[in-house]
Design a protein around this ligand. Structure first.
Ligand code: NIG
Length: 315
């Protein structure tokens, strides 16, 4: 459908996209989900990622969302890669946005809070897909405020397919980050720059959905803390941050150093982890990727390395 010209929302409304993945996630066992998740994390680690944000959001019903969160928790305990866990129960609306928001606020978030107290799961951030036909600005605001009240960092999808004033909302609520932002307004850029709310730009998504490119240069000029993400999901299947940096440089006109900072220290900032991650400094965690290459940015501009494991090519 996509190659034939259907938009993201055409596919979503025809029961594909998120809805399709929700059906398969519900049917899968926890063990199956863990096995495929583990393999994907191993690929990311081998492509140089040492800390990754992992989200649920393909359950919608509490029971299935908790299954996903338990799978993320298991990887957090068993694997060498660092994980920042984001609760994204507000990823699609089976009924109305209002009903879904009420279910999340009254049932999901209290369950999450209790499980966190029992140390069964560790959730760091809360996400909402703030979009026309999904969660409107008011439902997004309510869910994010309820998440903030239980101590979660706000880090949500905004201004992706339609201008929604999501960036302005992120700035107003003290969000750590808003992701996507292809449709951000001038006022939104000014607001997130002033609020020190990071813009997480996702070059693979703009590429695969043929969206307009996020305005990285305008954001950088305005002083926005620009981060980059792979947006790995069934719609943008990319394990490789070098590939993401490459696309950001070519399509969004970021410099190699800007792309590197956006994928390390700024990305750590967007997850509230810049005090421990994202740069090599005394007192921080020693996450180091050593490449046998003339410059660290070689992994970004050597096109033949982009989809390969860094370890295989720079050893
Ligand atoms: N835009 C919404 N969420 C995902 C896509 C999820 C999917 O299509 O499965 C994103 O960030 O790109």
């Amino acid at each position: 459908m996509k190659l034939a010209g259907a938009t993201y929302m055409d596919i979503h409304q025809a029961g594909g996209g998120i809805n399709f993945t929700v059906e398969h996630t519900e049917a899968a066992s926890e063990e199956d989900l863990y096995c495929s998740f583990k393999q994907r994390l191993q690929r990311m680690l081998r492509a140089g990622t040492t800390l990754v944000e992992c989200k649920n959001g393909y359950g919608l019903k509490l029971e299935t969302e908790l299954k996903m969160l338990r799978v993320i928790e298991r990887a957090h305990r068993e694997m060498d890669i660092g994980i920042s866990c984001t609760y994204c129960g507000a990823h699609s609306v089976p009924k109305s946005a209002e009903t879904a928001a009420t279910d999340i606020i009254e049932n999901h978030l209290p369950a999450l809070k209790q499980m966190a107290i029992n140390e069964e799961i560790h959730v760091d951030n809360i996400d909402v897909f703030c979009e026309k036909g999904v969660f409107d600005l008011e439902s997004t605001r309510k869910i994010l405020q309820a998440g903030k009240a239980i101590g979660l960092h706000l880090n949500f999808h905004g201004d992706e397919l339609n201008p929604m004033n999501s960036a302005e909302l992120g700035a107003e609520l003290g969000a750590h980050a808003v992701s996507h932002l292809e449709e951000i307004s001038e006022e939104g850029i000014t607001a997130i720059a002033a609020a020190k709310c990071s813009a997480i730009l996702l070059p693979t998504t703009a590429y695969i959905l043929r969206l307009k490119q996020p305005r990285a240069r305008d954001m950088l000029s305005a002083g926005v803390i620009v981060s980059l993400g792979s947006d790995f999901n069934p719609n943008a299947y990319c394990f490789s941050m070098p590939m993401v940096m490459h696309l950001a440089c070519v399509n969004m006109r970021m410099s190699l150093n800007e792309a590197l900072a956006a994928s390390t220290i700024n990305a750590a900032y967007s997850l509230g982890r810049s005090h421990t991650h994202g740069s090599l400094e005394v007192g921080k965690q020693g996450d180091v990727v050593i490449l046998n290459a003339p410059r660290c940015v070689s992994a970004v501009y050597h096109m033949n390395y982009l989809t390969q494991d860094l370890f295989d090519h720079f050893n």
